[in-house]
Ligand binder design. Structure first.
Ligand SMILES: [Zn+2]
Ligand SMILES: [Zn+2]
Length: 187
């Protein structure tokens, strides 16, 4: 868990308060913003971070490419969700991630966890009812039932998720097959 990104807005306007109008305050807030963004972006796998550019004014992490609705895509799901799973943790079943305009977020393509909130918003649930969104929301591996959490999720280079437990099992099976065929060749 990262206390700095969990449910607390870090945008310049909030950090500086409603009176953050002077150039000095703005500059100070922006440095804090950039530092926070740099640290967190660096803790993402390159396959995610290279799709994100930080907007200096809003602090938004603008992801690409985006789908018709303006959300950044990643694998079969959305990039903001993948980033959240990576930096913050799981999303309880039935809940969704919502962009927070009132926290300074300016774009649906934004992936910065500090601009996102886990919510039950009905509007968001309806919006997220597409096949890819449903697929990305699956909380467990369809083959072995292991949870798609921070520890068991493997991100393939194309951004799709895989289950570490299943990857390990496939590797074991592959090695076992190879040993068997080597023995047969030697006989
Ligand atoms: Zn944002
Ligand atoms: Zn599995």
């Amino acid at each position: 868990m990262r206390p700095d990104v969990k449910g607390r807005p870090l945008v310049a306007s909030q950090a500086g308060g409603p009176d953050a109008r002077s150039a000095t305050t703005t500059t100070a807030s922006r440095i804090t913003l950039d530092t926070a963004a740099a640290v967190s972006l660096a803790s993402l796998p390159a396959v995610m971070s290279r799709r994100i550019r930080v907007d200096d004014t809003s602090g938004c992490w603008i992801g690409s490419p985006v789908n018709r609705d303006g959300y950044a895509r990643f694998g079969g799901g959305s990039l903001h969700r993948a980033v959240w799973l990576q930096l913050v943790g799981g999303i309880p079943p039935g809940l969704v991630l919502d962009h927070r305009e009132d926290w300074g977020c300016t774009s649906r393509a934004c992936c910065w966890p500090a601009h996102l909130k886990v919510t039950t918003s009905r509007e968001n649930i309806l919006r997220g009812a597409s096949f890819s969104a449903v697929n990305a929301r699956k909380a467990a591996c369809g083959r072995c039932g292991a949870p798609y959490d921070l520890f068991n999720t493997y991100f393939r280079p194309d951004g799709a998720r895989d289950c570490r437990a299943c990857v390990a099992r496939r590797t074991r099976e592959y090695k076992a097959r190879r040993v068997t065929s080597d023995l047969r060749l030697a006989a």
